[in-house]
Design a protein around this ligand. Sequence first.
Ligand SMILES: C[S@@+](CC[C@H](N)C(=O)[O-])C[C@H]1O[C@@H](n2cnc3c(N)ncnc32)[C@H](O)[C@@H]1O
Length: 340
Amino acid sequence: MPVTVHNPVSKAVKREDTAHVAEKYRSFHNEGMGGSSLVRKQRYMEMVNQYYDLVTDFYEYGWGQSFHFAPRKRNESFEDSLVRHELFLAESMNLHRDMRVLDVGCGVGGPMRLFAREFGAHVVGLNNNAYQLGKCETYNREAGLEHQTALLRGDFMQIPAAEASYDAAYQIEATPHAPDKEGVFAEIWRVLRPGGVFGGYEWCMTSLYNAGDPRHQEIKKGIETGNSLPDIASFDDVTGALQNVGFEVMDAFDTADNSDPETPWYRALEGRDFTIKSLPRTAIGRFFTTWALRILEPLHIVPKGTTDVQDFLNIAADSLVAGGRLGIFTPMYYFKARKP
Ligand SMILES: C[S@@+](CC[C@H](N)C(=O)[O-])C[C@H]1O[C@@H](n2cnc3c(N)ncnc32)[C@H](O)[C@@H]1O
């Protein structure tokens, strides 16, 4: 299939199951199909797993091995901005050799490999998604990092690790999937040793978000639907939850403010940087893919349900760009906290 119609559905989902998995995922976000933020919170694991089973290959194709956004400097490539954003977090947490570090929601492991390589830390990646963990294990081995990395399959709401077993922990755009911020932060607090640092980047509605504005509501809902989120938090929700479980918040600010105005974090989805590699992320690439899938699905060339997945990826991208342009949403609210 040519680049512009790269199939958005991962190999984690069998061809014959695509329509069913896509429809089940959709139902979590559709009031008419029984969806609500309460249902999403109660059944978060099922919803998130279905989502990443559906979209992991597509993310990897369009984004690389780090599944997150980054503030961008003028003339900086998208890929370099991801690395710089990861290094900022690691350096601010003072990660160093022989530290035992937990990566909460590690994806396919782009950040964990960088931190193992650059800082000599021993990084354990926690993830609930078996398909991603399989990929992550292969990439860690191929990078020659199997002795400095390990993987843990499990839910960050009930981390399968002993109390005080880590020197540091970080999460990069993973805990926005949590049904309850205090729940996940309390678990991270438990597995950190006293003095251990927890840093991260959260997805938040900013202070410009007006819950009474129908357009703002629509954008928030679109981001949640397209990205498998139960409910997007505010800055205060995040710092308040950290404090309530016992963390001392050392620093917290929106790193989106560090983007050059010419290259905001959502530019990657706008289509202004045109390369073959960036095409699947862009509006034009998405337009052609959507159009092509509408032809290919009835011909059974791509499985039934594929257009549905492409539709919610489009909703995700359009809502993220709209939220970014209005300044009501950020995917990069940085925090650093310490367990006393
Ligand atoms: C946006 S991706 C970010 C991945 C990675 N941190 C990175 O930056 O490349 C979110 C990750 O959180 C993981 N995740 C979501 N809910 C989880 C849960 N309840 N327990 C463990 N991992 C979870 C997902 O499987 C996914 O790998």
